[in-house]
Design a protein around this ligand. Structure first.
Ligand code: GLU
Ligand code: ZN
Length: 313
């Protein structure tokens, strides 16, 4: 019988360096690392720094140092999205060209339009009970053939349901056009939208397993559509991790000023993060040995169906 070679699993951690790692981003790093290593895979590190206004080189350095101290060693070279803008632009003018179009509608134009539509709706409620949907860009510019270099670019996302199996959240489906509309993929100033960059890189890096926070789940059907339109390999395995919340149930994020992790005691941090992730305890040891044990014991089951995990402090 011919033997079938199963491609090596490839996972990744893709932080945006808009701040230091906090307990939420650390658990994402740790979970994706342990999970992919537990199935014999590689763990790549990609710095998602296309947003030059919000990202900072100093945060990148700090993130790399924190991962090193914690024993979270990545495979291969770090990829920086800020160095790959030409690649994304090549996709926009190549495979993705038929789906993308230039748009000159300002936020003000759209606001005026929606206000007018809502006014109309108010008068005709019995004819059309559906509220105008402010997310769906009304496609004013879709056939205008405006200069692509002069204006922002939007992508036409499919207007049907797309489904995927999430290894933590179960079967998911969504209509990306309803949820996101024709989203902007490149701003007028040239800044590349992060889900476009992430989709292209996950495809080019041949990522097979994506484990990330639940906050990105609403983007996943858009990512699936972009990968398909760009003729890049589909992602076979999705896992959206429950969000880490503080005791008041608030999501830990940079926006609500989650404390940066303190790596002076990396072993303690690993213990805390594993506990949060509902994993069996590991013996206190060097980070490397603790991770070895955590990998051997890794189990997604306690996370399944959960949308939130509460941090002790
Ligand atoms: N860069 C994103 C973030 O830090 C993660 C994107 C992803 O994992 O796909 O929130
Ligand atoms: Zn427009």
């Amino acid at each position: 019988m011919p033997t079938q070679t199963i491609p090596q699993p490839i996972g990744r951690f893709a932080p945006s360096p808009t701040g230091e790692l906090h307990l939420g981003s650390l658990t994402t790093a740790l979970a994706s690392f342990c999970h992919i290593k537990s199935i014999g895979g590689q763990w790549l590190l990609r710095i998602e720094d296309t947003d030059t206004e919000r990202c900072d080189r100093q945060f990148t350095e700090q993130i790399l140092m924190d991962l090193e101290v914690l024993g979270l060693h990545w495979d291969g070279d770090v990829i920086y999205q800020s160095e790959r803008i030409d690649i994304y632009n090549d996709y926009l003018s190549g495979a993705l060209r038929p789906l993308t179009y230039a748009c000159q509608c300002s936020r003000k134009d759209l606001e005026r339009y929606w206000a007018h539509e809502e006014e109309k709706h108010h008068h005709n409620e019995d004819i059309n009970p559906l509220q105008p949907n402010r997310v769906r860009y009304p496609r004013h510019c879709v056939n205008a053939s405006l200069d692509r270099q002069q204006h922002k670019l939007r992508i036409q996302l499919p207007d049907y349901h797309i489904g995927f199996n999430d290894g933590i959240q179960g079967i998911q489906w969504d209509n990306p056009q309803q949820t996101l509309g024709d989203m902007v993929v490149r701003r007028q100033d040239g800044m590349i939208n992060y889900i476009l960059a992430a989709s292209i890189d996950d495809g080019l890096q041949k990522v097979t397993h994506i484990m990330r926070g639940l906050d990105i789940l609403p983007m996943t059907t858009a990512q699936i559509s972009i990968l398909q339109a760009a003729h890049l390999p589909a992602i076979d395995h999705w896992y959206h991790l429950p969000l880490i919340c503080n005791p008041d149930g608030q999501k830990l994020s940079k926006q609500n000023l989650a404390q940066p992790i303190d790596t002076r005691d990396p072993s303690r941090l690993i213990t805390t993060a594993l506990q949060l992730l509902q994993q069996p305890a590991v013996d206190k040891d060097t980070p490397a040995n603790m991770l070895k044990q955590a990998i051997a014991q890794w189990d997604n089951t306690p996370l399944q169906g959960k949308q939130q995990l509460n941090s002790p402090d």
